[in-house]
Design a protein around this ligand. Sequence first.
Ligand SMILES: Cc1ncc(COP(=O)(O)O)c(C=O)c1O
Length: 421
Amino acid sequence: MTTIHDAAAAMGPGPLTEGGLRQHIAPLFSRALAGDKARREIYLANHSLGRPLDRTADDIAGALDLWYTDMDGAWSAWMDAMDDYRARVARLVGRSRPDAVVPKTAAGQGFRAVLNALPHQAPHVVATAGEFDSIDFTLRTYARKRRARVTWVKPDDTGLFHAQDIVDAITDDTDLVMVSHAIFATGQIIEDIGAVVTAAHAHNAEIVLDTYHTAGVLPLSERGGLDELGVDFAIGGNYKYTRGGPGACWLSIHDRHLRDAGPAPAGSLYTLDTGWFAKHNTFAYERPETPELSAGGDAWLESTPPFLLPYQARAGLELVEAIGVGRLRAYNLRQQAVLAEALRSRGIEPRLIEPRGAFLLVPHPDAMEMSRRLKDAGVNTDARPCPSGKTAHVRLCPDILNTEAELHRAAEIMAGLLAPR
Ligand SMILES: Cc1ncc(COP(=O)(O)O)c(C=O)c1O
């Protein structure tokens, strides 16, 4: 069977081409592509739930086989797989060491671990009003229980956020800044994250960056990645661009917050979201009066980890690494340009925010309904309200499995639905 590495290598080193992808990469996705065909659907919701490789099923089955055959002997292979997962994500986002990546089952779980590590009982959080619902809801719930005070940074009239507005909201009273690298509703990339990080640190605040729409989309690890950018904490997950399905997420931590094993120094960042895997010498069963944490990122582990997590994420991460995020990004931008032109030539004006992530927008006052009608007509998209509150957008995200012919066909179908009746 062709390996992911061999398939990617067979395309050669240059820019990705549709021919190369169809010949070498599409066969790795026979099941997902058969599904699209059976549903008679052009799948453009790749920004929502990425299409899985065939190998994902084999990897998960392999993890289960270990259980059946080796029973508790499976643990060491399962833990090796977890180490491999942490190393892959660290390389993807530019963290200096594998243990700086802490497996989580949701990005929101990673965020809560940080909230619950801050020294203040009710930290002051500066967050944009464009954070994903999971984060937004968590903050509102903490605020309701008086476990946080939140300053919300609003978008402008067009729904765009500006780094300067976030910087201006940060004061000496701020404990934590929560900001998305790319805003989920619009794909807008917050360009000057460096300025936000600098402002947070100038006021002794920490920053959490939500990279769900940039990890695997932008070549984050170039030029030192998240460590070089100085981002204290980042959250992300694999069910979109890295094709790992729900449940395989992570929190990553800057190496300046990683400590030697032992009792956490008073006032330092250590989290209440903990469990026996965060203990120094987990299997020694010691119970010192002062809890002793494991070294580095392991201090942020919790209870017994979900052992399928690294297996469901492995093939997708392997593919992204084998092809290279830079090449994927360049190809996606070309596909977006093709789709935008296909829409424009049929009288639909897409909204192209610069810079943006992997998807483009078509504004529509009832975008949810439009997306439902598109689905019925054979184009799978989704829709989100604009952060301005004034309109909504259908989100369309091509990926390496979409052909140019599909993009034209999707534009044609959309034009048919939008045409005046
Ligand atoms: C920006 C962003 N953050 C987080 C998530 C997912 O959050 P959680 O893993 O807490 O469900 C999503 C899902 O679409 C997202 O778009």
